[in-house]
Design a protein around this ligand. Structure first.
Ligand code: 2P0
Length: 340
């Protein structure tokens, strides 16, 4: 085994939650307070190559062409340890990732990153883990990556107690109806408050957080029915309300915090305007200022027309639903996204 190398290259797509995950009940195992549900996006993804090799002195991690420092590498090494402990294959690994997502700008790059890494390791070490089981591994790198193991609409179950195996994701629907997302890139710089810190601060200080789990439970059952009907207006309405309930819970933290920028509010205003004009457009936001518009893919061009005076073409990323992770033959070039 010593001289053998184990390699694979995988692509995983990011996902945007329609019913948000905000808060952990177990920080070490990344067990969430609630279940959540998302749409996987075709246009945004991470490619990751792994090579386990006895000749390496230690783990290395290259992201978008840059060798990462000890702190970043350690986080990834800890994640790989889950698989080394599981498989008994204790070899150092060289990891190289290329993000086709503006890193940490609230476009959930960690979701595609850990889903791609988990999938590549699963293939390289020939572990044969199902996507559901693999999602329980991915979860321990970043909660939202649990859902990126699946294409279309995926649900991450909160699970029971401290039982890691019960908190997995699965596909709810392949989203092969007329649905898409238009990402309005308000700012593609690294976010100021990480999700991990933001959600913990909300749990500890927001008087509204105690309402959040029951609101999510209600929204989830409404959302599952809306998906069953493939009713984009219902899906969008429920998602928009759920997102704004999350953000108002965040706003009520002490000291108060928020993820809005002036341009986020402008994008929201424009969505309200296009909806008043009869388009099926609904907004959602995550732990960053970017706005994501849920809409029929067929209306995307009309929707873009409303945004063109305030946002450049490069700031508007259209996406259809994406698939779950898959093997690719080589890493691709990094994506450049311009913004004002
Ligand atoms: C979500 N977000 O459901 C929610 C909505 C942001 C807002 O999952 O601490 O990067 O790594 O588990 O997954 C972003 O949080 O946080 C996220 P960790 P993660 O998509």
């Amino acid at each position: 085994m010593e001289n053998k190398t184990y390699e694979a290259i995988y692509r995983a797509h990011t996902n945007i939650a329609l019913i948000k995950y905000w808060g952990k009940r177990n920080q070490e195992l990344y067990l969430p307070m609630t279940s959540s549900l998302s749409l996987t996006l075709e246009s945004l993804y991470t490619d990751t190559a792994v090579k386990f090799d006895a000749h390496l002195e230690h783990d290395t991690f290259i992201l978008d062409g840059q060798l990462q420092d000890a702190k970043e590498t350690e986080k990834v090494s800890k994640f790989v340890d889950l698989f080394r402990n599981f498989s008994g294959i204790n070899l150092p690994v060289a990891i190289e990732s290329v993000n086709h997502v503006p890193t940490a700008a609230g476009l959930a790059s960690s979701a595609s990153a850990f889903a791609a890494l988990a999938s590549a390791i699963n293939a390289a070490l020939d572990l044969g883990l199902s996507p559901e089981i693999l999602s329980t591994f991915a979860r321990q790198g970043s909660g939202s990556s649990t859902r990126s193991l699946f294409g279309g609409l995926a649900m991450w179950h909160k699970g029971e107690g401290d039982d890691s195996a019960s908190s997995y994701a699965e596909q709810i629907d392949d989203a092969s109806f007329d649905i898409g997302m238009l990402i309005v890139v308000v700012n593609n710089q690294k976010k100021k408050i990480s999700s991990r810190v933001g959600m913990q601060h909300t749990i500890e200080t927001s008087p509204f957080y105690k309402l959040w789990p029951e609101e999510v439970a209600k929204d989830l059952s409404l959302m599952l029915a809306a998906i069953e009907e493939k009713n984009i207006n219902k899906i969008g309405t429920i998602a928009e309300h759920n997102a704004m309930k999350m953000h108002s819970t965040v706003l009520a933290s002490n000291p108060s915090m928020n993820y809005f920028e002036a341009k986020s509010l402008r994008a929201i205003e424009l969505v309200q305007q296009m909806r008043a004009d009869g388009l099926s457009a609904y907004y959602t936001m995550d732990a960053g200022p970017n706005v994501k518009i849920i809409c029929p893919y067929s209306q995307m061009d009309q929707i873009k027309a409303y945004l063109k005076d305030d946002f450049s073409d490069e700031q508007l990323i259209m996406s259809r639903p994406g698939t779950g992770p898959y093997a690719i033959s080589k890493l691709s070039e990094p994506l450049e996204i311009a913004y004002e």
